[in-house]
Design a protein around this ligand. Structure first.
Ligand code: ADP
Length: 264
């Protein structure tokens, strides 16, 4: 019988589950909203992923939980910090990156991080912003609502912007919201405002990155990495092309699954 290893990342906004096989290859993943019932929602997401991929519960040899709500998932065999799991997952998901260290940028629902990892995916240094919504996915959610746009539209709107991105100078998400409303009232195009928002997040992220070290290979993950406009703004601010995985939200769950495999 095949054996699998599961990582479950209970984030502030979304739960991500990933399973790897004995060779460390990703075989299944899923995402679900975290909501207020972390434990129940995490259990349901795990059961759904296993059922969808025809994996028997008994075939899961080890489960490692990570993320903000990891301590609440009592069924896990072990837990690791999201920094450790993110570093491990990024290294595995960026196999063609140049040899040497990797700078990992994670923008989540309510925090953002820069992590420097070595060749093996071990954390060398990290910096985190978990005190302020500016520079996080939460800011994008609020900005999209203010602009009456779907979150998924922000990337294309950015790509359609004419002229320089508008300056969003507020360092606080609450004041930035007033600034966005002011720009709309002054008649500016949504596209240029969106580009300004992405550059404001990118500038904050670049400051975090410089605290840990910007190396040649830079990997970007977390839900906001789906946003092509934000990717472009970060590339401009950092002067690097970014490695963005096809499924950017599940890197940390993948890392936890690989750590489960190593533990086993
Ligand atoms: P966490 O681990 O903190 O829960 P995630 O990495 O799951 O965070 O990211 C959640 C954030 O991802 C949401 O706040 C949202 O802004 C963003 N997001 C999710 N899906 C998309 C998408 N398709 N396009 C743009 N942003 C997205």
């Amino acid at each position: 019988m095949s054996v699998y290893y599961v990582g479950i990342d209970i984030g502030s906004t979304a739960i991500k589950v990933a399973a790897v096989d004995g060779g460390g290859g990703l075989v299944a993943s899923t995402t679900a909203a975290t909501g207020s019932h972390f434990h129940r929602n995490a259990q349901q997401a795990l059961e759904r992923m296993l059922a969808e991929h025809g994996i028997a519960r008994g075939a899961v040899a080890l489960t490692v939980a990570t993320g903000y709500g990891r301590k609440l998932f009592r069924e896990a065999d072990d837990s690791v910090s999201e920094i450790t799991a993110n570093g491990m997952g990024a290294r595995a998901a960026a196999p063609t990156s140049p040899p040497g260290p990797l700078t990992v940028i994670n923008i989540g629902g309510q925090d953002s991080k820069a992590i420097l990892v070595d060749e093996a995916g071990h954390v060398v240094d990290f910096a985190m912003n978990d005190k302020c919504a500016a520079g996080t996915g939460r800011f994008l959610d609020v900005a999209a609502r203010n602009l009456e746009l779907d979150l998924e539209e922000l990337g294309d709107r950015h790509l359609g912007a004419q002229g320089a991105p508008l300056a969003i100078n507020s360092t606080c998400a609450v004041f930035a919201e007033s600034e966005i409303i002011g720009l709309l009232a002054a008649g500016h195009a949504r596209e240029q405002i969106v580009a300004g928002i992405h550059h404001s997040i990118a500038r904050r992220t670049a400051r975090l990155v410089r605290r840990v070290g910007l190396v040649e290979a830079v990997y970007f993950d977390g839900g906001p990495a789906f946003n092509r406009g934000l990717v472009m703004a970060l590339e401009e601010e950092l002067g690097r092309s970014l490695i963005v995985p096809a499924q950017p939200q599940i890197t940390t769950a993948l890392g936890a699954a690989l750590i489960a495999r190593d533990m086993a």
